[in-house]
Design a protein. Structure first.
Length: 133
């Protein structure tokens, strides 16, 4: 099944042990499951070769400022033990999501000619996983 991004949902806790809650008014998120690679090319090989190292989960999110819910995002960014994160591709797909402990950074932008926006980055603070079925 294919999904439209309009029903994506993000849940963050404000601490590493707290309950994750819906982060309201987000408009996009992305994750990258890159891995470290170390070159192992030897003399005489016809192309470069590599060995794979550790996974480096990272991502970002964007949305709009909200008087009620934005404070929790900045509280989460200040957490000394990180947060719990759950990123769903659709609210219609409760079994399709990515999850793990994370560190987040949060930013706010206040332009004179536009909406006040929030954004941030996600970096793994432990093992991440996904459930896509």
């Amino acid at each position: 099944m294919k999904y439209h991004g309009k029903k994506a949902v993000v849940y963050f806790s404000t601490t590493g042990t707290g309950a994750a809650v819906n982060v309201a008014n987000l408009s996009s998120w992305s994750l990258n499951f890159a891995t470290d690679k170390a070159e192992t090319t030897s003399f005489g090989e016809t192309n470069k070769t590599y060995v794979q190292g550790l996974k480096d989960v990272s991502g970002d999110f964007q949305g709009f400022f909200d008087d009620v819910t934005t404070a929790a995002l900045f509280t989460a960014a200040d957490s000394a033990d990180g947060i719990k994160a759950y990123l769903y591709v659709s609210s219609d797909a409760a079994t399709r999501y990515f999850y793990g402990p994370a560190w987040i950074d949060a930013s706010i932008s206040v332009p004179v000619g536009g909406a006040v926006t929030i954004s941030g980055t996600i970096a793994a603070n432990g093992s991440w996983g996904f459930k896509l079925s």
